[in-house]
Ligand binder design. Structure first.
Ligand code: NAD
Length: 500
């Protein structure tokens, strides 16, 4: 597509310098709300660029791991201050590169700020354990140790928050790293990197290689000097990541897809539940791993809920997220829009009833971007593919149920396990739901989205592989426990044997 000026070109960040990729190939970064707006060109890096980045991270590791954690944390603290000062600028640029509305991109940058402050605090709190030994004149303790060089691979829907969830704990734990952000949102990672460099991060500690998955992501997974990999993205690619990490026993953290649900009981505050379903279903254009793509509603309040919910979905203003009146932005790219359109068609074929939406938005300014109508399917069978598969777009399936047990079975009857919510005033149902929903995150009287950085984040089943992002749980992944015994008895003492 033609543009009047030559687009800006960005480079990789390796060993503290912005460097050209070896192959000279580039990827266009375009505004999904207006595809004639070419934001910049970013490197389409390849294995040789990754290799140079890993070498830099490996070389920096020796010194960084010995830098006291409180000193490492001071750099994070400075980075958080810089990010705070630039929040508005970075939020606007993020809306331009990925489409979500400004209030949400401000939230994305804020999440990165929160995460950076949180991990800055952890620099002075890397507590281990001390405990009496079972033997006399012997001391026992455990301390956290860094793991080595981390490979970090991130998606486009939280372009600054998700990289910060990985980079900040890795930094404070003493790891060095190579980060490959999603090809659709490199600019936000560029900003985060720039901030850390300005805050005084030594060369080689964080290296950023831009590019696509097979070109720049895959070589990270197979590189022998990468010790741990943290990946957030689709379950399909997560499986590739897991398999690539297995032969060398790389520590591997996977945060993947979701098919989240809101349960609306017959005693719920219905208006509150409608608010939650609109925000959970259509926030970020439904492109959140925690999006409430299913809403199951008790039959006693089903008609009333559907009426209110559909009216709200219909009224949503869709457009360029930089317009303050707009409530929902575009899909991230053409491929994602096509996926949403395919599922809208599939739902109809499966017999779900479309009560609003169902089509691409093509008229007027919408013709310039990848817009889809907010879409609601009602009277869905929980086994339909639209109720089972992650769509990652503005489609919500409403499912009727008759009892709490049925609602629970519907909620748990999917292969994913990220987030679930229940709207009820019945404390027994609220507590049973907390206990019995098979998800990593449960909300009561709030939608499925809204995680806070100081608590663990992640899912079960096909959503995750047991690790957690965010909160103190993140330290568990980016460090490992070292157990130390000091025997000051001056004689051989045998644990489990010298028991007398
Ligand atoms: P994706 O899986 O297509 O891509 C994620 C990242 O992996 C990108 O950086 C991509 O370039 C890279 N990649 C792709 N193929 C690769 C390969 N063969 N080797 C190495 N890297 C490769 O996902 P996406 O479209 O960017 O993001 C959407 C998905 O992410 C959804 O499924 C969503 O649920 C999930 N997500 C999960 C969470 C979570 O915390 N659970 C958070 C956000 C998004």
């Amino acid at each position: 597509m033609a543009t009047s000026q030559a687009p800006k070109s960005f480079r990789n960040f390796i060993d503290g310098e912005w460097v050209e990729p070896r192959g000279g190939q580039t990827i266009e970064n375009r505004n999904p709300a207006n595809t004639s707006d070419l934001i910049a060109l970013f490197p389409a890096s390849a294995a040789q660029d990754v290799a140079v980045a890993v070498d830099a991270a490996k070389a920096a590791y020796g010194k960084w791991r010995l830098t006291p954690a409180p000193r490492r944390a001071e750099i994070l603290f400075r980075a958080a201050e810089i990010l705070t000062a630039r929040k508005e600028e970075y939020a606007r640029e993020m809306t331009r590169e990925m489409g979500k509305v400004l209030a949400e991109t401000r939230g994305d940058v804020q999440e990165a700020i929160d995460m950076t402050y949180l991990m800055a605090g952890e620099g002075r709190r890397q507590f281990g354990q001390t405990t009496p030994s079972e033997l006399p004149n012997k001391f026992a303790m455990s301390v956290r140790a860094p793991v080595g060089v981390a490979g970090l691979i991130t998606p486009w829907n939280f372009p600054m928050a998700i990289p910060s969830w990985k980079v900040m704990p890795a930094l404070v734990c003493g790891d060095t790293m190579v980060l490959k952000p999603a090809e659709d949102t490199p600019l936000s990672t560029y900003h985060l990197t720039q901030v850390l460099a300005e805050a005084g991060l030594p060369p080689g500690v964080l290296n950023v290689v831009f590019g696509d998955g097979p070109g720049a992501g895959a070589p990270i997974l197979s590189h022998p000097d990468i010790n741990l990999v943290s990946f957030t993205g689709s379950t399909e690619v997560g499986r590739i990541v897991s398999q690539a990490c297995a032969p060398a026993f790389k520590k591997c953290h996977l945060e993947m897809g979701g098919k989240n649900i809101i349960l609306v009981m017959d005693d719920a505050n219905l208006d509150l539940a409608v608010d939650g379903a609109v925000w959970g279903g259509f926030g970020t254009t439904g492109q959140r791993c925690t999006a409430a793509s299913r809403v199951a509603v008790h039959k006693k309040v089903y008609r009333e809920f559907v009426e209110k919910f559909v009216a709200r979905a219909k009224a949503l203003k869709v457009g360029d997220g930089l317009d303050p009146a707009v409530q929902m932005g575009p899909c991230i790219n053409e491929q994602q829009l096509q996926t949403v359109m395919r599922y809208a068609e599939l739902g109809r074929q499966e017999g779900a009833k479309v009560v609003t939406g169902g089509h691409r938005l093509e008229g007027g300014a919408h013709a310039r971007g990848w817009f889809h109508e907010p879409t609601v399917f009602v009277d869905c069978d929980p086994q339909m593919r639209v109720c089972q598969e992650e769509i990652f777009g503005p489609i919500v399936c409403v499912i009727p149920f008759e009892s709490f047990d049925e609602a629970l079975a519907i909620a748990n009857g999917v292969s994913y396990g990220l987030s679930a919510a229940i709207y009820t005033r019945n404390v027994n149902h609220a507590f049973r739901a907390q206990r019995d929903l098979e998800t990593g995150i449960v909300y009561v009287n709030a939608p499925t989205i809204g995680a806070e950085v100081h608590l663990p984040f992640g899912g079960t089943k096909n959503t995750g592989n047991g690790h957690r992002e965010s909160g103190l749980a993140a330290l568990e992944f980016y460090s490992e426990w070292k157990t130390i015994y000091v025997d000051y008895s001056d004689r051989l003492q045998r644990a489990q044997i010298d028991t007398a």
